[in-house]
Ligand binder design. Structure first.
Ligand code: FES
Ligand code: FES
Length: 200
């Protein structure tokens, strides 16, 4: 009598079912991605399913960008891609070929804080600090979006040109609404963005 045995789970053995079909998670070959991060061009090798957030933190050790919800709800992972704010937990690293990424680590200039970073300190715009890098990256983008004339859902009249002078606290609150702060530092965050906008 020949000796036979069964996989106890009834599943695959060495990636094959008893019928011979290939099962399980297929091996996904990593792909190289060339991108510029904070002014420095580099090539990373990542699985196609790797998020930009994980690539920044795990491949480049840029841990200033925070992972909180990891599902596009809190804004903690906000970075800039080609000058526009992006939730890095919702972007694939493999799609960033040739893109220019800026993280919180890239905002300072020659050891000097970005005006919005300085305003956050001045206005006490944080408590635990976990949301802060995302808040600052969003705030910088909000100022640029206002300068570029972008209206928001809070803009009363979208027929005229929007300008930086129109960036009221209501506008700032609306435009920063994708960035949650569990310490509820919202009034101080709005003040910091308003001051940096006024100075820019
Ligand atoms: S970690 Fe990306 S939105 Fe929350
Ligand atoms: S400062 Fe703590 S979550 Fe915003």
């Amino acid at each position: 009598m020949s000796k036979t045995w069964k996989c106890r789970s009834g599943g695959a053995v060495n990636g094959k079912t008893p019928g011979g079909a290939v099962t399980g998670t297929p091996r996904i070959d990593p792909v190289p991605v060339k991108l510029t991060v904070n002014g420095q061009t580099c090539t990373i090798t990542v699985e196609p399913r790797t998020t930009l957030l994980d690539a920044l933190r795990d491949e480049l050790s840029l841990t200033g960008t925070k992972k909180a919800c990891d599902r596009g709800e809190c804004g903690a992972c906000t970075v800039h891609v080609d000058g526009h704010r992006v939730l890095s937990c919702m972007a694939l690293a493999a799609m960033q070929e040739g893109k220019r990424i800026t993280t919180i680590e890239g905002l300072e200039n020659d050891g000097k804080l970005h005006p919005l970073q300085a305003a956050f300190i001045e206005h006490d715009g944080f408590q635990c600090g976990f949301c802060t890098s995302g808040q600052i990256m969003s705030g910088v983008a909000v100022i640029e979006e206002a300068k570029a004339g972008w209206p928001s859902a809070a803009t009363a009249d979208v027929t005229g040109a929007f300008s930086l002078a129109d960036l009221s606290s209501t506008e700032i609150r609306e435009r920063m609404s994708g960035n949650l702060c569990r310490c509820a530092c919202y009034p101080n965050i709005v003040d910091a963005v308003a001051e940096a906008a006024a100075r820019s």
